[in-house]
Write a protein that binds this ligand. Sequence first.
Ligand SMILES: [Zn+2]
Length: 230
Amino acid sequence: MAQSSTETAEADLPFVIVLGPPASGKSTLVREILADHASFRRFVVRHQLAREKSNGTPLWESIRKSVEKGRWIPDSLVVELFARQLRAYPSARMVLQGLPANGAQAVMVRDLIHAHGVRTKLVLYLDASDDVCAMRMRHRVVCTTCDDGRAPAGAAPKAPDRCITCGGLLERRPDDNESVFAQRLRTHRRNIPAIFAAFRPEEITVLDAKATPEAVAASARVALWTLRGG
Ligand SMILES: [Zn+2]
């Protein structure tokens, strides 16, 4: 065989879609997946928005205008953020974090991935109750630079408010307050049936988000492995 087994294995990777209610552990799981498969590219709507904004692109202008009018960002523009990454990195395998967020986005994302010629998708859904998510939200902080949320471990770390990955400042997210969070949870619960309906049942794996991050990552690994073996 001319190809190395690693090369073949990476080309076999599906697109992975990590979904779940807010504060269910999506970032943590995506970090674990990237640690296993460095060739994956991570896609997060929030990050891509920041890039479009700093480049002052026409897409950002369209988004800015709809937000200024007090509207949600139209689904087609949210999905266009992803489509741009697909065009920019045509051979990359992607991990989508938090996209799609509703049924309309799910259909568009699914069709884009198909049109891109990727055969397999794996939807990893982090299942957690409202109470678990709300409790985690109250305790979470996020790095303002790299989006990691981990502080140094130990009884008296030297810089408890600094990110262990990049040293950036750890802060609470502005949308992590009780009323906005409750609304985000309700929206998520309302949208999830239509999101699931856009994918085949065998493409969806539900993970118990109450488990430890290690256990969640292990279950995700099994799902990815099973999909590739099947
Ligand atoms: Zn950081």
